[in-house]
Design a protein around this ligand. Structure first.
Ligand SMILES: [Mg+2]
Length: 401
């Protein structure tokens, strides 16, 4: 049976969602920032902003210099998550094999659901139409269709704004690879490119005909995988949600104020622990390990992880071992970054506790209240006046299931 994989990637995602939400932002250069302070980073820019050079990674003060009339807004993760949910809902209605790749990208395996690529192309247009009709007319997406996952992603990367590109067979590959850089390939960064160059591989065409055994002996498995990818050999599959569940849950925070003040550090640590706790409970999992890490100014830091005999579930359980490390440690320099997380996860089977543990129910009750009325509705006294620390953030590559 003809394998048909679809890859969808939203264009200028966060910025387009903001423009969708506020019509006054449309057709104007707009940047979505991590923070609005001058050193804040632009994490997404609108099509109009890209044209004047305001790109992802640009600082707020640089953006204003480049384009004084640029509109800057702070990122609003919940808005993007709710749009993503709708988008993925539409995609999932066309196949039972679906893999979310990031907040604005996903794969769909249409093998068996579409007769041929022609029908798949029709379906791609249908999905694009539904995104505009059901979520917002300002939203645009690139769609790639091909016979492997890798090529479907390459096709959507190449397609351009609001367009579909189909690479249905081997013959269609050569013309699109021509003129493209090695670093345009998914998984090839500058370092990897240097290794390829050292073997005499300069273009994608060189890579396609390079003796595979030499590639394998020089670069190992990644070399072999890349060879398969550019030659249209499928070695991948769409991952199920079970496979995608990460093996650990963690949160980190770069402190706005570098300090050795343990009281302040422990408040931040508790806040991070409570975020980890909420996610752990959302996933209905228990953890048999806790880790804590901090970095000092300049270099160095401290990392400690514990394997536990009794699983942790509540925020207090997670916080306690980390707090002990912090309280005993001698801070040699100012701390710039804190991280805490859990690992060795296993599903939680509800079992009546032999002894009633009111704190378990307390954590769940607090999650429910905050889930309904906002994440800061009820919190521990320790977190008093820490509202502005370690706020909700959103990453492109990280999605939580
Ligand atoms: Mg995108």
């Amino acid at each position: 049976m003809q394998r048909i994989i679809l890859h969808l990637d939203m264009n200028s995602y966060f910025a387009s969602v903001e423009q969708q939400a506020n019509p006054f932002f449309r057709n104007k250069p707009l940047g979505v920032c991590a923070y609005l302070s001058p050193n804040g980073c632009i994490i997404a820019s609108s099509v109009e902003a890209k044209k004047v050079g305001v790109k992802t990674g640009c600082r707020v003060y640089q953006a204003v210099k480049l384009c004084p009339q640029v509109i800057l807004v702070e990122n609003d993760p919940n808005k993007y998550r709710s749009v993503t949910q709708k988008l993925f809902g539409i995609m999932k209605s066309y196949s039972d094999s679906f893999e979310p790749y990031s907040i604005d990208e996903a794969f769909l395996d249409l093998t068996g659901w579409c007769r041929d690529f022609k029908q798949a192309e029709y379906l791609a247009e249908k999905i694009r139409g539904r995104v505009k009709a059901e979520i917002g007319s300002w939203l645009r997406c690139s769609i790639g269709l091909s016979f492997t996952k890798f090529l479907a992603k390459f096709a959507s990367d190449t397609a351009g704004v609001d367009s579909t590109l189909m690479l249905p067979d081997q013959a269609s590959l050569e013309p699109v690879f021509r003129g493209r850089q090695l670093t345009d390939l998914w998984g090839v960064n500058r370092r990897f490119k240097k290794h390829l160059n050292a073997l005499g591989i300069r273009t994608i065409a060189d890579l396609r005909v390079f003796p595979v055994q030499n590639l394998f002996s020089a670069l190992g498995k990644p070399g072999y995988w890349l060879y398969c990818h550019v030659n249209g050999l499928e070695i991948d599959h769409l991952r199920s949600l079970e496979e995608l569940k990460s093996k650990s849950i963690g949160h980190s925070y770069c402190l706005p104020r570098w300090t050795v003040d343990k009281k302040y550090l422990s408040a931040v640590l508790f806040k991070l622990a409570s975020k980890v706790g909420v996610r752990l409970r959302e996933r209905k999992q228990l953890a048999y390990g806790v880790y804590v890490h901090w970095s000092y100014i300049g270099q160095g830091g401290l990392s400690k992880s514990f394997k536990l005999k009794k699983p942790v579930y509540t925020t207090d359980d997670i916080f306690r071992p980390a707090q002990q490390v912090l309280s005993r440690a001698e801070l040699s320099h100012k701390v710039t970054m804190l991280a805490i997380g859990v690992f060795n996860l296993c599903p939680m089977f509800k079992q009546p506790e032999l002894f009633f543990r009111p704190d378990l129910n307390l954590s769940e009750a607090m999650d429910q209240i905050n889930g309904r009325y906002g994440s800061q509705m009820i919190y521990r006294g320790l977190l008093w006046k820490t509202e502005n620390l370690a706020k909700d953030r959103i990453g492109f590559r990280k999605i939580d299931f």
